[in-house]
Design a binder for this molecule. Structure first.
Ligand code: CA
Length: 226
């Protein structure tokens, strides 16, 4: 089930969006101001964010900056329909733009299209010939099943959901083990096992002083040192 963050300070509109998306089978989290939204973005990961632009606290443009390093797609939802605002949102990297008032059908069509483009449609994540089925909790590589422990599975899911982003060790640990990081060795060992099982020595990069990053398909290969 795709997880969607809705950030909208007008209660009736927030509720309309939430109800429509839930009915269509999405899991929704609602924030009514920019600061609450930023806290949620730090604590959880989302497949898509719907952002109002004019918000108390931080505005939609600032929230977009929070979301971009995580590779989370963004649709702006706003009353500002002028061409200038539209161009600004898109040039900053938003994936789409929806002007209030809008029809529910249009909202659903755009959400579906952006998720598909981002490779997050449905219940599977794919990267380098590996498919991870979030619901069936199965992983296959070029069609053959890969045997992973529950921790390895959760770790791989985090890397695939945040593909291209450098994930901090403590963030990864907290999301997979549900506890604060005290010893990085456990995490590093699990990464090593995952690399070995998938043959992903280069696909899972070690990011100096940060943690780990799953490469994107179109990344140029890392320069090889001696
Ligand atoms: Ca607003």
């Amino acid at each position: 089930m795709n997880r969607i963050l809705i950030v909208e300070d007008e209660g009736t509109i927030a509720r309309l969006i939430e109800v429509s998306l839930k009915r269509a089978g999405y899991a929704c989290t609602v924030a009514h101001d920019g600061v609450a939204a930023a806290d949620l973005i730090e604590a959880q990961d989302f497949d898509l964010a719907l952002l109002d632009i004019m918000l108390p606290g931080l505005d939609g443009y600032e929230l977009l900056e929070y979301l971009q390093p995580m590779g989370t797609p963004v649709i702006f939802i706003t009353a500002k329909g002028s061409t200038r605002d539209r161009v600004r949102g898109l040039s900053l990297g938003a994936d789409d733009y929806l002007v209030k008032p809008f029809e529910v059908e249009e909202l659903l069509a755009r959400v579906g299209a952006v998720l598909r483009r981002a490779g997050r449609g449905g219940q599977t994540l794919t990267a380098f010939g590996v498919t991870l089925d979030v619901v069936a909790r199965q992983v296959t590589q070029n069609g053959s099943p890969v045997d992973l422990t529950p921790r390895e599975f959760a770790l791989l899911e985090q890397l695939m959901r945040n593909r291209g982003a450098a994930l901090y060790r403590d963030v990864l640990y907290e999301r997979v083990w549900g506890a604060e990081l005290t010893d990085t060795r456990t995490l590093d060992l699990h990464i090593q096992r995952l690399r070995k099982k998938l043959g992903w020595q280069e696909q899972i990069e070690t990011v100096y002083r940060v943690g780990y990053r799953l490469r994107r398909e179109d990344d140029t290969p890392p320069a090889r040192g001696k």
